[in-house]
Design a binder for this molecule. Structure first.
Ligand SMILES: *Cc1c(COP(=O)(O)O)cnc(C)c1O
Length: 378
C-alpha cells in the first residue's frame, strides 16, 4: 500500500503545542506579542465586507503582498530591530531597490524551503550544510532523496565555514544554512558571507535562511546585486507575530524567483490564502510596530543572558529571539522538566552533542521574570 519513498521520511518534530494546560510558551521561537491591530482589522474587514470573496481563489502569485514585502525591505533594510521610524541603520541600507519580481512567497518559509530544495538540489550531488543548523533541512533531504554534507560546528559553536566552502568547491555543491544560525543563535557578518560567496561555486545556489535576522543579524540582501546564486529565505513567523497564519518568502534575483514559480505552479497554485495575503500586506505596513517588538525582544534577551551568566551558565551570544544555554552538572532535560513544572515550556533537543543545552525563546518581561524564578533552582 505504501510508496517506497516513505521509508526515507523522518518527520520534523516541532516544539510542543499542548492542550492539557495553559503553558507560557518559550519553546518554538514564536513572538510573544500580538499582531498589530491594523492586521486584525484588515482580516476582519476582508471577511465581513464581502464574504463572497472567501469563495473565490486568491491571487496565485500574491502580487500585492510581494510589492509590500519589497517596500518593507527597502524601508527597513531587513533588520527590524535596527530600523527606527522605518529608517534602516546605515549599515543595513540596501544599495539598490528590492523589486517585487525578486520576491517569492509561500505557506511559511518551511514550504518555501521545500520549493528551494526541489528547484536547486539534485540527488547524487551532496548539499553542504552544518551540524547543527535548522533541523528541517535533513528532513527535506530525506523527502527529496538528497545527500547532505553536515559539516560539524567548530568548538566555539560557530559554523566551520572553511570546511564547508572547501567541500562545496571540491564537489561543486550548493550550500544551505541559517544565519543567524539555529539553535545556536550565532551569526556570520555580511562580510563573512560575502567571502564565502566569492569562493563558492557560481553555478550552484547558496541559500541563507534569515528567519531570525530581524533580531540583530546582518542581512545578506545587499549582496544580491553581486551574486546571482544567492537565495535568501525569510519568514513572517518570528518577527512579524505570524506563525499561525503561515507566510514565508524568498528574496533573490528574478531568475531564481521565476524557477520557484514553476515549481509552485506544478504543486499548488495557491500556497498563500486570501487572509494570509491581506494580513501579510497589513503587517508589512506596520513594520514600525514590529520593529519596536523586536527591540523589546532584544532587551529581554540581554537581561536573560546576564541573569544566566551571573549564575554560572554557559550562554552563546544571540542575535535571535532565543538563547541557547547550558550549565555544568545540569542535564538539559532536567532543566526542561523543572521549568515545565512551573508552567513554562522551553525546548530541549535530545540530539547528541547539544543535549546538554536548552533553547529558550524570548518572551515578554513578565514571562521572562517567571522563567528566571523557575531557573533559580539551578
Ligand atoms: C522557524 C524557522 C523556519 C520556519 O518558519 P515558518 O515560516 O514558520 O515555516 C525556517 N527556518 C528557520 C531557521 C527557522 O527557525
Amino acid at each position: 500500500m505504501l510508496s517506497d519513498k516513505l521509508i526515507n521520511l523522518h518527520p520534523y518534530v516541532p516544539g510542543e503545542q499542548p492542550k492539557d494546560r495553559v503553558y507560557i510558551k518559550l519553546n518554538a521561537n514564536e513572538s510573544p506579542y500580538a499582531p498589530h491591530k491594523s492586521v486584525v482589522k484588515a482580516v476582519k474587514k476582508y471577511v465581513t465586507k464581502n464574504p463572497q470573496k472567501l469563495a473565490l481563489y486568491p491571487d496565485p502569485d500574491s502580487n500585492e503582498l510581494r510589492s509590500e514585502i519589497a517596500a518593507m525591505l527597502n524601508r527597513t533594510g531587513g533588520v527590524l530591530c535596527n530600523s527606527f521610524d522605518d529608517l534602516p541603520d546605515e549599515k543595513d541600507k540596501i544599495p539598490f531597490e528590492v523589486t517585487p519580481d525578486m520576491i517569492f512567497t509561500g505557506n511559511g518559509s518551511d514550504e518555501v524551503l521545500s520549493f528551494v530544495f526541489y528547484t536547486f538540489f539534485n540527488p547524487g550531488q551532496p548539499v553542504v550544510t552544518a551540524n547543527f543548523t535548522y533541523s528541517f533541512y535533513p528532513v527535506y533531504a530525506g523527502f527529496y532523496g538528497l545527500t547532505l554534507e553536515q559539516v560539524p560546528l567548530k568548538d566555539d559553536w560557530t559554523l566551520d565555514t572553511q570546511k564547508m566552502i572547501s567541500f562545496a568547491c571540491s564537489n561543486n555543491s550548493p550550500t544551505i544554512f541559517a544565519n543567524p544560525n539555529a539553535p545556536t543563535g550565532l551569526a556570520l557578518t555580511r562580510n563573512q558571507i560575502r567571502e564565502l560567496l566569492l569562493k563558492a561555486p557560481k553555478d550552484r545556489v547558496f541559500v541563507v535562511d534569515e528567519a531570525y535576522c530581524d533580531f540583530g543579524g546582518e542581512s545578506s540582501i545587499p549582496l544580491l546585486q553581486e551574486f546571482k546564486n544567492l537565495v535568501i529565505v525569510r519568514t513572517f513567523s518570528k518577527s512579524f507575530s505570524f506563525a499561525g497564519m503561515r507566510l514565508g518568502y524568498v528574496v533573490s534575483n528574478p531568475e531564481v524567483v521565476k524557477h520557484l514559480f514553476t515549481v509552485k505552479n506544478s504543486f499548488n497554485h495557491f500556497p498563500c490564502d486570501v487572509l494570509s495575503q491581506q494580513a501579510g500586506i497589513a503587517s508589512c505596513k506596520a513594520s514600525n510596530y514590529y520593529a519596536r517588538c523586536a527591540r523589546l525582544v532584544c532587551q529581554e534577551r540581554s537581561s536573560i543572558i546576564d541573569f544566566l551568566k551571573s549564575r554560572g551558565w554557559f550562554v552563546l551570544d544571540s542575535t535571535t529571539n532565543f538563547v541557547f544555554a547550558k550549565k555544568d552538572g545540569v542535564q538539559g532535560h532536567a532543566v526542561y522538566e523543572e521549568v515545565k513544572k512551573c508552567g513554562i515550556l522551553i525546548r530541549h533537543f535530545a540530539t547528541p552533542g547539544i543535549d546538554n543545552f536548552v533553547r529558550i525563546s524570548i518572551g515578554t518581561k513578565k514571562q521572562m521574570n517567571l522563567l528566571k524564578k523557575a531557573l533559580e533552582k539551578f
